[in-house]
Design a protein around this ligand. Structure first.
Ligand SMILES: *Cc1c(COP(=O)(O)O)cnc(C)c1O
Length: 435
């Protein structure tokens, strides 16, 4: 084996955090609460900060980096396609968009796909689909769930079932109401003559990692069939194999009587679809309630400049190739069970800090007690989730806070069991230290 000897001594690594933070303070709109961390590069499920410190990334850029960081095949797809064609506008046909649509339809069911650039924008398309569907009958209202999250555009915050995203931006876009999640009776009782659709996440993400129950999904479908409503699902965070199946409802309903024929009428996708390259989509079912739904948004009715560029589609296609070839859905199922078991072990071993584990596949949450009941945390005014995430940063682990008491794990789909163990060891070290 060839030994690599550096010709010059390694440069003195400077901590550039202060400098980068200063740029943000001066020039970037301060709409995000950021952690004191400036990242510089990554490989797989590891990232390095500007001071050269390494972190295991179990947050995956909030469920985005489906193949981890700097995946060679994503780089290759970007290079190859960018040498050919980056963008042409949707005035023309191009093969990658057609091929990606074909792949997504094949993973769901007969229907068609519209391409967008973000989760919020995909959901906007679903709102427009629903409004067009109910237009001639004067129906426009979309019911969503309490604690849901659907994005930060004006309609997105109106659709989102959390007060904190709406505050200060009133008046809200009309036509949305929020109903308790996993409560079928409440949904049935809330329908009005103006209701045209129901929109839910298969697994609530921002709301704290709460999967829909099988009964709830089947009940919503029956309700929508009975009342001629559209059943729309936001798969932005829980989709793209994060549950171990392409869409979370396919996992939740696996083996459940009646589950094999379940199908929503529209599904939004983003996050993991592009593995970090911004591309999003929504799928529309071929036909429902006697309407050819997939052709409802006809020429001129909807559009977006960057939607489904050859470049974005080439990346998304390559990601699907890798997921299939490396059987990453199976990896999520098996490694996800191992991950959950390890987290449950920590909950049992550290009951003074931990309350429980939530979620499935690679969409997991660890719930802590309120900061008031954890002595080490009670001195700070920060929520226990934030304090935990900060301590994990110090220990070399990236996770995502969710609400005041939950930290989320949304790792790359190719995460290994060894990396799960590594992460849980770091976690255990911090749990020991705060005991
Ligand atoms: C992240 C997210 C969105 C919004 O996606 P953006 O790309 O940020 O617009 C919508 N719905 C869910 C469930 C999400 O997790």
């Amino acid at each position: 084996m060839k030994e690599i000897v550096p010709l010059t001594p390694a440069p003195i690594v400077q901590n550039r955090l202060a400098e980068v933070r200063q740029l943000f303070n001066r020039f970037v709109v301060p709409s995000y609460g950021r952690f004191d961390l400036a990242l510089s590069h990554g490989v797989g499920s590891y990232v390095w900060d500007v001071a050269g410190k390494r972190y295991l990334d179990l947050g995956g850029g909030i469920a985005v980096c489906s193949l981890g960081h700097a995946h060679p095949e994503i780089s290759e797809a970007l290079i190859e396609q960018s040498r050919r064609l980056v963008h042409v506008s949707n005035l023309y046909y191009q093969e990658p968009q057609g091929r990606l649509a074909e792949r997504l339809v094949g993973l769901i069911a007969p229907g068609k796909v519209f391409f967008a650039n973000s989760g919020a924008e995909s959901n906007e398309g679903l709102y427009k689909l629903a409004r067009r569907f109910g237009h001639d009958e004067g129906r426009f209202e979309i019911l969503t769930a309490v604690d849901s999250f659907h994005g930060r555009t004006l309609a997105g915050i109106a659709a989102t079932g959390q007060e904190k995203v709406k505050k200060g931006f009133e008046p809200m876009v009309t036509g949305f109401r929020h109903i308790p999640f996993n409560d079928l009776k409440a949904m049935r009782d809330s329908l009005s003559p103006a209701t045209v659709a129901i929109l839910v996440e298969g697994i609530q993400g921002e709301g704290g990692i709460t999967p829909a129950t099988a009964d709830y999904l089947l009940g919503l479908r029956a309700l929508c069939d009975e009342k001629k409503l559209l059943l729309l699902m936001d798969g932005v965070q829980c989709g793209h194999f994060r549950s171990g199946h392409f869409q979370s409802f396919q996992r939740i309903l696996e083996g459940v009587p009646g589950g094999e024929t379940f199908l929503p009428d529209g599904i939004s996708m983003a996050k993991s679809l592009g593995g970090g390259f911004p591309i999003a989509a929504f799928w529309v079912r071929e036909e429902v309630h006697g309407v050819r739904l997939c052709d409802l948004l006809g020429p001129g009715s909807h559009g977006t400049t960057y939607g489904g560029t050859p470049l974005g589609c080439a990346v998304a296609l390559r990601i699907l190739d890798v997921i299939e070839r490396e059987q990453l859905a199976k990896n999520v199922l098996t490694t996800g069970v191992f991950f959950r078991t390890e987290l449950e072990r920590l909950v049992r071993a550290y009951p003074e800090s931990c309350q429980g584990v939530r979620g499935l596949g690679f969409m997991l949450g660890l719930e802590f007690h309120d900061k008031g009941s954890i002595p080490t945390f009670s001195k700070s005014d920060k929520a226990s989730s934030l304090q935990m995430v900060n301590r994990l940063h110090e220990a070399g682990l990236l996770t995502i806070p969710s609400g005041a008491q939950i930290i989320r794990f949304l790792p790359a789909l190719n995460l290994s069991c060894a990396q799960v163990s590594e992460g849980c060891e770091i976690l255990e070290g911090v749990l020991k230290a705060i005991r």
